[in-house]
Design a binder for this molecule. Structure first.
Ligand SMILES: *Cc1c(COP(=O)(O)O)cnc(C)c1O
Length: 437
């Protein structure tokens, strides 16, 4: 019998106490909304640390972590190489507001690993990267309209917090109070993985469109890879109409493969945005691409973009340590094998329990769906999944020591620290969870 079972008055966890206290000072108790567990109910956990594939909460419970700080921790928590690089940089200071040699090293590494990137600039978040990439695309094309896709998320940029209007050819509507209608009047929202809708819009409006921004593997509506030929169709319309193709690889970059989704699918964007993995766990973003486009930005050109902490020596040190580790032979092969073993194991157990279930996976990124669909490829299919069943599954997994993203609409991440033991423990937990659904 555990301590809480023997106690007639159920003990309030330290996480629950901290959440109550946090709400007195922080809106909703959190610094980013999905952390609040609104998507699954219950109290969010507060963590005191992480170790490899594991998270430790404030009540000393241990969980196998499939959130990985929402993507960056591809090596797991507290990887020695990253910690060592940070400790070494700490002895030299935190930043100078001026250039360092390490910025050249990381820029060269990014350009080498992602050949479509000829010039790259560092920023401090993914949101900044997408905002800046759109600005430079508009400056380069001297056009104002942009295209995004339903279910793709690119940070909390005003003009991208847009939901679809009433028809395929209508402009978007604000998806957040505080976003002026005038901003969203510049954004077309199309269904993801729908070539017809894309070609129809470009046939009538192509010459007004500055850029398409897309997650080449969508990871913010759970995980939805592109259907065959889809990314090439985006490339083709952009080439035909002189629009800039932006792959938002903030999540997929260095996550699905060493060269990102563009390497997996063999399609070359004009601009790429990066974040998450390239910061090694510190706040970093980047945008880069064709030289003639990137040279539009200040100080070379008339498109303004700047950042006080951009290229922070600490973030660059952590990022470079990360980029060094992931270049080791077979890193992505092993990461992908682990993720696919996990997906296959979950599918087997769901099938055995007769739970309608399907999975998607690209490299170290995955998605699980409570659905009758064989394969989920559209936003509408994602929205039609059984969310109440996901909630039960989430809490059962949590009780059995597995920390999943607290929302049915987030991708999951496997790290290099997830070994056979962690995968097996996760599958054992899932077998118990499926039995209760
Ligand atoms: C996380 C994410 C962003 C936003 O990055 P932040 O660092 O949270 O601002 C942008 N695009 C994609 C695809 C993301 O997954």
């Amino acid at each position: 019998m555990s301590a809480s079972e023997s106690n007639p008055e159920k003990k309030v966890s330290r996480s629950a106490q901290l959440f109550e206290e946090a709400k007195r000072y922080i809106p909703g108790g959190v610094n980013s909304p999905v952390r609040a567990f609104r998507g699954v109910g219950g109290n969010p956990l507060f963590f005191q640390g992480g170790e490899g594939a594991w998270l430790i909460d404030e009540d000393n419970n241990r969980y196998i972590d499939y959130v990985g700080a929402w993507g960056p921790l591809i090596l797991g928590h507290k990887h020695p190489a990253v910690i060592k690089a940070l400790q070494e940089q700490l002895t030299h200071g935190l930043g100078y507001g001026a250039s360092t040699e390490a910025e050249i090293t990381i820029a060269r590494t990014i350009c080498d690993l992602v050949p479509s990137i000829e010039r790259v600039r560092l920023v401090t978040s993914g949101t900044e990267a997408t905002m800046s990439a759109i600005r430079v695309a508009r400056g380069f094309t001297r056009r104002d309209k942009i295209v995004k896709f339903e279910g793709c998320y690119h940070g909390h940029v005003d003009g991208l917090l847009v939901k679809a209007g009433s028809g395929a050819l209508t402009l978007g509507e604000p998806d957040s109070l505080g976003v002026p209608k005038a901003y969203t009047d510049l954004t077309y929202v199309l269904p993801y993985n729908d070539v017809d809708a894309l070609e129809k819009l470009f046939a009538t409006r192509g010459h007004e469109i500055a850029c398409i921004i897309v997650e080449p593997v969508a990871g913010n509506m759970n995980c939805v890879p592109p259907i065959p030929g889809y990314l090439q169709a985006l490339r083709d319309v952009c080439t035909q109409y002189g629009s800039v193709l932006i792959f938002d690889e903030v999540m997929s970059g260095f996550r699905v493969a060493l060269g990102g989704a563009q390497a997996v699918y063999g399609v070359t964007p004009d601009l790429t945005t990066l974040g998450k993995v390239i910061g090694g766990g510190l706040p970093v973003g980047a945008f880069g691409g064709r030289r003639e486009i990137m040279e539009m930005i200040a100080p070379m050109g008339p498109v303004y973009q700047a950042g006080t902490l951009a290229g922070s020596p600490l973030a660059v040190a952590a990022g470079m340590a990360m980029l060094t580790e992931i270049q080791k032979p077979d890193f992505y092969k092993q990461l992908s094998q682990r993720a696919s073993a996990l997906m296959a194991g979950l599918q087997d157990r769901a099938d055995a329990a007769k739970i309608p279930f399907s999975t998607n996976q690209v490299g170290g990124m995955f998605g699980c769906f409570f659905t009758h669909e064989q394969q989920v490829t559209t936003f509408d299919q994602v929205m039609a999944c059984d969310v109440p069943r996901f909630r039960k599954y989430f809490h059962s997994m949590l009780n059995n020591g597995v920390y999943l993203a607290p929302s049915a609409f987030e991708a999951g991440f496997v790290s290099a620290a997830h070994g056979d033991k962690e995968i097996q423990l996760t599958l054992d937990a899932a077998e118990k969870a499926f039995a209760t659904l």
